[in-house]
Design a binder for this molecule. Structure first.
Ligand code: SF4
Ligand code: SF4
Length: 306
C-alpha cells in the first residue's frame, strides 16, 4: 500500500506531470503517462472525467509499473478560468491562413475543407491561438459534486481547485473539505492573487479545515510554459515565495521548466515539488518511446536536484 501523499511530501520533492485540466485527448494522455511513469514521475494531474482517469490507468499499465507507485489528482476549473475554455473557429470568418494552427501546442487546430477547425478534445484552452476575429472561446460547465464522486470512485489522492477567478469560491472549497477525505490542492496564479489575498485565502481555508495540511499549487502564469528560460518560470517561484510563510505544502507550476529548481534554490525557497505541463509535454512530443523516456528522466532529475 502506498504512503499518504502528505507523508511523501514530507520526505521528498515530487514531480507532478500536468496532463491538462481541459485535455480530453485520451490517446495522448495514455502515451504521456506511459512515458512519465517509466521515467519515474510521482504524480499525475488529470482532467476531471472518468474517461481521462481510465486513460491514465491504461498508461500506467502499459508502463509495467504498479499503479500504487503513483499519486493521482483531478483538477477543477471554475467559470472564467481559461482551463475550462475551448477554442471555436467561425468557418464563415476564417480566411484559411493556418496561423492559429502553427501556434497551437496541442495540434488541436487542423485544416478543414474551406476553413480551419478545432478538435475540441485536444484543446486545453491555453489561448495561444487568439488574435484572429474568427476565433472565440466557449466554456465547459464544472460540477463539484460530480468531481468529488469521480475522485472517490477511482480512489484518487487529491482534488485540485483552480482559483483563476475574481471571487474566492468558498462554496466549492467547503464542499470538497466536507465531502472528500483525500488531499485538497488550491491552484493560485499571480493575476488574481496578491500577497494580501493569498494570506486571506490560506487563513480562511485553514480555519475551515482546522489545519494547514493542504497544498497550494503556486501557478505563476497558468499555461505559460513551453520555454526553458528563467523568465517563464519566474512567476511560479515568486508565487511560491509569497505562499511560503503560511505553512501549507507548496508545488510550483505555470511556466515551470528545467530552470525552476535552480531558480528556487537561488531564492532559498522551501517547497515540496514541481508540477510541469506544457514543457513536459513538449519535450517528449513526436519521439520514440526510448527517446521520450530519456528526455522525461532528464527533466525529472533536474527538478529533483536541489
Ligand atoms: S481561424 Fe484565423 S488564424 Fe486560423 S486559419 Fe482561420 S483566419 Fe487563419
Ligand atoms: S492554441 Fe490553445 S486554446 Fe487554441 S486551440 Fe490550441 S490548445 Fe486550444
Amino acid at each position: 500500500m502506498k504512503k499518504n501523499l502528505f507523508d511523501t511530501l514530507n520526505t521528498k520533492k515530487i514531480f507532478k506531470l500536468v496532463l491538462g485540466l481541459g485535455n480530453k485527448h485520451f490517446e495522448e494522455i495514455e502515451d504521456l503517462v506511459t512515458v512519465y511513469a517509466i521515467a519515474g514521475a510521482d504524480m499525475f494531474d488529470i482532467n476531471p472525467s472518468k474517461e481521462a482517469v481510465e486513460a491514465v490507468m491504461r498508461g500506467v499499465k502499459k508502463s509495467g509499473k504498479n499503479p500504487d507507485d503513483f499519486y493521482y489528482s483531478i483538477s477543477m476549473g471554475l467559470s472564467g478560468d481559461k482551463h475550462i475554455q475551448k477554442c471555436v473557429i467561425d468557418k464563415d470568418k476564417c480566411k484559411n491562413c493556418g496561423q492559429c494552427a502553427k501556434k497551437c501546442p496541442q495540434n488541436a487546430i487542423i485544416a478543414g475543407k474551406n476553413s480551419y477547425k478545432v478538435i475540441a478534445e485536444n484543446c486545453i484552452g491555453c489561448q495561444k491561438c487568439e488574435g484572429c476575429k474568427a476565433i472565440s472561446f466557449t466554456e465547459n460547465e464544472y460540477d463539484v459534486e460530480k468531481i468529488v464522486k469521480i475522485a472517490k470512485k477511482y480512489k484518487l489522492d487529491c482534488i485540485e481547485i483552480h482559483l483563476s477567478t475574481k471571487k474566492i469560491p468558498d462554496k466549492e472549497i467547503k464542499y470538497v473539505i466536507e465531502n472528500y477525505k483525500g488531499a485538497l490542492s488550491l491552484c493560485l496564479d499571480r493575476k488574481f492573487y496578491s500577497n494580501e489575498r493569498v494570506k486571506k485565502l490560506i487563513n480562511k481555508v485553514a480555519k475551515w479545515k482546522g489545519d494547514t495540511n493542504f497544498i497550494i499549487q503556486a501557478d505563476g502564469v497558468p499555461m505559460s510554459g513551453g520555454d526553458n528560460t528563467f523568465n517563464s518560470t519566474l512567476q511560479a517561484v515568486a508565487m511560491a515565495h509569497i505562499v511560503q510563510p503560511y505553512g501549507t505544502y507548496i508545488l510550483m507550476s505555470g511556466g515551470t521548466n528545467e530552470k525552476t529548481a535552480e531558480l528556487a534554490k537561488m531564492c532559498s525557497l522551501k517547497y515540496n515539488g514541481i508540477s510541469i505541463g506544457s514543457y513536459a509535454r513538449k519535450i517528449v512530443k513526436d519521439r520514440s518511446l526510448t527517446d521520450a523516456v530519456a528526455q522525461a528522466q532528464r527533466l525529472i532529475e533536474v527538478c529533483r536536484n536541489d
